[in-house]
Design a binder for this molecule. Structure first.
Ligand SMILES: [Cu+2]
Length: 145
């Protein structure tokens, strides 16, 4: 009976540790998706919402994924009726601030894609300036129209 109690205690601790680890991430990611692209496409965009739920500034400085050769931060800019994409080398997210990546605005550009081999979900690694990183799950969504 005492051994059983002791075992239960270990399980509780492990559960607590694993959930605490998940909650530890200062950057909350929601609505992360990639609109499906034609199989001939070598590029795709990823959209998501990032929320800095910590009391310090977070600086995103890179992105990597196994499904594309390159992944970078892009900002869509329109000047003289021409739409261009500007590469951002870093993105600062202030404490308690949220940033939305959406069509026509900021996005994560995937380049060197093998669209034929894209699974329904895949992982993307957010790399921060302080040398830490956070893996996030991206869902591939069928185009709505
Ligand atoms: Cu782009």
């Amino acid at each position: 009976m005492p051994i059983k109690k002791w075992l239960v205690c270990i399980v509780c601790n492990l559960l607590w540790l694993s959930s605490a680890k998940g909650d530890n991430s200062p950057l909350m990611v929601t609505d992360a998706y990639m609109p499906a692209v034609p199989t001939v496409s070598r590029t795709a965009a990823v959209y998501l919402k990032l929320e800095n739920s910590s009391s310090s500034k977070i600086i995103l400085s890179g992105i990597s994924t196994t499904i594309a050769k390159h992944a970078m931060l892009h900002q869509t800019v329109e000047s003289n009726d021409v739409v261009k994409m500007k590469h951002l080398s870093r993105l600062e997210i202030n404490s308690w601030e949220s940033v939305e990546f959406s069509p026509g605005g900021m996005h994560i550009m995937l380049m060197g894609l093998q669209a034929k081999a894209i699974p329904k979900t895949f992982m993307l690694n957010l790399i921060f300036e302080n040398q830490t990183s956070q893996a996030i799950k991206i869902s591939v969504r069928a185009p709505t129209n």
